[in-house]
Design a protein around this ligand. Structure first.
Ligand SMILES: Cc1ncc(COP(=O)(O)O)c(C=O)c1O
Length: 475
């Protein structure tokens, strides 16, 4: 028995995750569902999500929070993936939700989240969106500027409901993530600066019948590989909470650390050496969420003691808004090789798939690395380099760094002899993919399936039809 297990482990591909992502009988299986069969049944390309993996990702976060001695609430950042079946899986995993628009608010409510489970973020909220959020009675509206305080007051007046508000701080904290994913720099568009925030709090406290000033918020960015930015963010928020109490007597009830817990996109490091070091460290981040809580609570306790403000900490709930860490590695994009060509001049073999950057936008905007494996021959050695590209009519629709910056491998390693019809899988692609997809080049958006415990595949999104391409056009 033991020998068998060892032998199996030795043969398992480096990307595999026991009981979730496995090579079985030579084919990729997602939570027990055969990926090639899924494509046969639901078509290609196909988004595949795993409910058991979502649940275990949530359990990992919730378990990590046990090391904090304050109550912690997780509000899933639905921007990462707001497919209704995904929202339902998150709801069933018993955490709360963060929305970034009226549309995401609508979807969260429709999925069954109670208003008091919902945080509303955004830089450019409209009056209608604020009316919907305040009228519903959400847990918090995270206010992005001093000006917006007046907008929320107006919504509270219109709807006849007191709004819970949190001020978003932009504290000038850098991270080692992609610059497009850093959100706490003064050069980023978000939040209220250190110098403004106490004034903003005083302004928000002027109409207590309209606003309940509940908390302070920072989001340092996505895919943050280190603990320090979270710790620094907490320290910054805590000092403002203490100062606010000292100046006004007002106590905040929550500190919101935002999202950004990273995902390890390089569990299989076979092509990691081809990425620049900074990219490798960011994408291969192994930061444990429990480390974040330990660091934050250490600062919290020390700072509370120094400021003789332990009683303030005792009233605080810590909020987090994880997106990527819930859904990224719970999703796979399946794609089929549709065409092949060999360039005599370069000797390159090109594989042309049916999944372009309209389905995985980050691959082109941020040169994001999604590992590509063969789903049809999941345990064949990936020993042959290929140029791989999608179906769109742009030279930028490729699985390598078109600008030659080396931020993606120039070639993808797959088994020898890939032919049209072979199903490939882009791993760790559950976050910021379907949510950012668009039907460019008249390509109807793909179907999505949710794999349940035991391997049953439920349709989570029907494939768009050509008729869907016309639904909003008027002629
Ligand atoms: C305000 C806010 N919270 C949470 C998130 C989720 O971040 P992540 O998916 O990295 O956890 C984002 C995304 O950037 C965000 O803008």
């Amino acid at each position: 028995m033991t020998t068998e297990l060892v032998a199996h482990d030795r043969a398992a591909p480096a990307w595999s995750i026991p009981r979730y992502l496995e090579a079985r009988d030579g084919r990729l299986h997602v939570s027990g569902a055969d990926a090639v069969e899924l494509v046969r049944k639901f078509g290609s390309p196909l988004y595949v999500f795993s409910e058991p993996r979502i649940r275990s990702n949530v359990a990992r976060l919730v378990g990590a929070a046990e090391s904090a001695d304050r109550p912690v609430r997780f509000c899933y950042a639905s921007k990462a993936n707001s497919n209704m079946a995904v929202l339902k899986a998150v709801l069933d995993a018993r955490i709360d939700i963060e929305v970034n628009s009226g549309g995401e608010l609508f979807k969260a409510l429709r999925a069954g989240f109670r208003p008091d489970q919902i945080i509303f973020n955004g830089t450019s909220k409209t009056g209608d969106e604020l009316d919907d959020a305040v009228g519903a009675g959400v847990l918090s509206i995270n206010v992005d500027s001093v000006y917006e305080i007046g907008l929320v007051e107006a919504a509270a007046r219109r709807t006849g409901r007191r709004a819970n508000v949190t001020l978003r701080l932009v504290p000038e904290i850098g991270t080692r993530s992609h610059i497009g994913l850093q959100t706490a720099l003064l050069t980023s568009k978000f939040g209220i600066t250190h110098s403004e925030v106490q004034g903003a709090f005083r302004r928000a406290l002027t109409n207590p019948d309209l606003l309940n000033v509940a908390g302070i918020h920072i989001h340092v960015g996505s895919q943050t590989p280190d603990v320090e930015p979270f710790a620094e963010a907490f320290r910054a928020m805590w000092s403002h909470l203490v100062e606010l109490h000292r100046e006004t007597g007002h106590t905040l009830s929550h500190i919101n650390l935002g999202g950004g817990i990273p995902v390890n996109y390089l569990r299989d490091r076979s092509q990691a050496d081809q990425l620049p070091q900074a990219e490798r460290e960011m994408l291969g981040a192994s930061l444990e969420p429990s480390e974040v809580f330990k660091a934050v609570m250490k600062i919290a306790r020390e700072s509370a003691r120094t400021a003789e403000a332990e009683h303030l900490l005792d009233r605080v709930t810590i909020l987090l808004e994880p997106g990527r860490s819930v859904i990224a590695d719970a999703g796979v994009v399946l794609t089929t090789v549709r065409n092949i060509k060999q360039r005599p001049e370069t000797g390159d073999v090109w594989l042309l798939t049916d999944a372009g950057f309209n389905l995985l936008l980050s691959m082109t905007t941020y040169n994001w690395y999604y590992q590509l494996v063969s789903a049809s021959r999941a345990d064949a050695p990936p020993d042959t380099p290929y140029k791989v590209a999608g179906p769109l009519c742009d030279s930028g629709d490729v699985y390598f760094d078109i600008e030659g910056g080396g931020r993606l491998p120039d070639y993808r390693n797959l088994p020898a002899g890939v032919q049209p019809g072979e199903v490939l899988a882009l791993l760790n692609s559950g976050a910021y993919t379907l949510a950012q997809s668009f039907p460019y080049n008249g390509r109807p958006l793909p179907a999505a399936v949710m794999i349940r415990e035991g391997g049953r595949a439920d349709l989570a999104r029907r494939r768009d039809t050509y008729e869907d391409l016309l639904t909003s056009d008027i002629w």
